[in-house]
Design a protein. Structure first.
Length: 215
């Protein structure tokens, strides 16, 4: 069982780390500005699921292997960076297709789009270098090896930053989506912000690709 002092200490560390916006936050903001609140919230869900996959990986040893292996870390990092660049290029190419009616479309097309958006968020969350380093290098330090199952302790402790991240990402997404309302009054402005969101994601991809490990 995880002790209360461990939980409180890990919560404090998590708050400090999450307070600095990383790739996942910037990705949520970019999707909110480009596609609106619904897509932003689906992205948040995907990011959270992807981040918790990192917790699961660390709990069962995979995350630690990635952190120790420079090659494995680089492969995962470049995969995430490449995916961000791909999404950014697609957003920029289709920037003129953004309209209020497209954002508010109903039916199977929107449901399918939500699922795809969640999956995209999962990929970005699971390949986030900041998340990999944090969960692989910091999380194990708060485990008490004499207090029972180590994997279960990690899985429980991992819920702390996941919960904090869900709240902060949601606030970032809602704020960006609200700002998008002004742009949505003009298709030209909406096209401009769609292009800007695409460029931002491409830049974020290159930033992630050049991010090193905190060795």
């Amino acid at each position: 069982m995880v002790s209360l002092d461990k939980v409180l200490a890990f919560t404090a560390v998590s708050l400090l780390v999450i307070a600095i916006p990383g790739p996942s936050v910037l990705f949520v903001i970019g999707r909110a500005l480009t596609h609106g609140r619904r897509t932003a919230m689906a992205t948040v869900v995907g990011n959270i699921l992807g981040s918790y996959l990192l917790v699961v990986a660390v709990a069962f040893g995979v995350g630690s292997l990635i952190e120790r292996s420079a090659t494995a870390f680089t492969v995962v990092k470049l995969a995430g960076a490449g995916y961000l660049v791909h999404l950014g290029v697609q957003a920029f190419r289709h920037r003129r297709e953004l309209t209020v009616s497209a954002v508010d479309a109903q039916g199977a097309q929107v449901r399918r789009g939500d699922v795809r958006t969640v999956v995209e968020g999962v990929v970005v969350g699971a390949t986030n270098p900041k998340g990999i380093v944090f969960f692989a290098a910091v999380l194990p330090q708060f485990v008490d090896h004499s207090a029972g199952s180590v994997p279960w302790q990690m899985l429980l402790l991992g819920l702390v930053p996941i919960g904090i991240g869900m709240v902060t990402d949601t606030l970032w997404g809602l704020g960006a989506a609200a700002a998008r309302g002004w742009f949505a009054r003009s298709e030209r402005r909406l096209s401009m912000v769609g292009g800007a969101g695409g460029v931002a994601m491409i830049g974020l991809g290159f930033t992630v690709a050049t991010t090193g490990r905190a060795d």
